[in-house]
Design a protein around this ligand. Sequence first.
Ligand SMILES: C[S@@+](CC[C@H](N)C(=O)[O-])C[C@H]1O[C@@H](n2cnc3c(N)ncnc32)[C@H](O)[C@@H]1O
Length: 315
Amino acid sequence: MHKNKKSGKSKKFNKELPVLAIKEDSPEYRTKLLIGHIRNCDCGPTNINCLPAKEWLKSQIGVWRFGYEGRDIRDKDVHPATFPISLSRKIIELFSHQGELVLDPFVGSGTTLVAANDLNRNAVGFDLQEKYVKLCADRIKQAELFSSSRQVAIQDDARNISKYLPEESVKLIWTSPPYANLLNRKRKNKSRKDRDNKQLGKVEQYSQDPRDLGTMSIDDYSVAMGDIFESMLPILRPKGHCVINVPDMWWENQRITIHVSLIQELRKRGYELRNIIIWDRTNLVNQIGIFGWPSNYITMGVTFEYLLDFWRPPK
Ligand SMILES: C[S@@+](CC[C@H](N)C(=O)[O-])C[C@H]1O[C@@H](n2cnc3c(N)ncnc32)[C@H](O)[C@@H]1O
């Protein structure tokens, strides 16, 4: 506390708070961001992460499961498609060191930023929607009290990311992007036992903004994703990983293999596929209705998703 000389009253020290959110009217909009990206841990120089051998061993299993915690956002009215903080933490721990920079090009409710704060990583997240950027800022504000790292949410199209970050500054790109226009239709709840729930008939799409990847056909979407990821390649460090979380989907009884389209597109754009991990979600789904029986065998998309792990090849 400091004393005001005239009044003698104590006043709080006005510590300069780092900016949590950047929008079109912010001075930082589309300028290079002041954010740390250098590791500050003391593990070996060739180590890929700070994990001890025991944790590394567990991560070698190719099927992962996660639970939710109290801070997770599960209300679909707040954001329709969030992933658990524990999943985000696992990816960040595996592919970065303390102090390094994590980038989420489609940050939504800010789960990546919360996990990065937990792990003392700097992080930047982008989203088109003002309401999601505000939600991110609210979540970071709660988390940042004891933090020595910085997390920022930016309201901008992911196509502009390279305007904010210098070359080779990002250690990890980690995201769950929109799934083309496959959620841009009224929910029929066909796979649910309780079909008549509050989601029935709702369109769980983020926006109808033409820049939103969730409005595009799978072919246009794959090219748009390719363009965005190609533009981010120079800011990713060589051997830096890029992990994308997607499911496949069913559309008019056809399987839409989003993961295949993305692997093909990112390989064309200079990324190398390293691993495919299955996120087993069976512990998170309940009340699955019978579907397809007895003539049409269909695996329920909600029971698992892909974690596609690419890297920028070494120079
Ligand atoms: C699947 S959600 C991400 C959810 C996030 N993983 C979470 O846990 O909350 C995808 C997000 O991408 C955003 N989005 C869609 N097109 C975009 C674009 N061109 N640039 C930036 N964000 C975009 C949507 O607004 C949406 O919030």
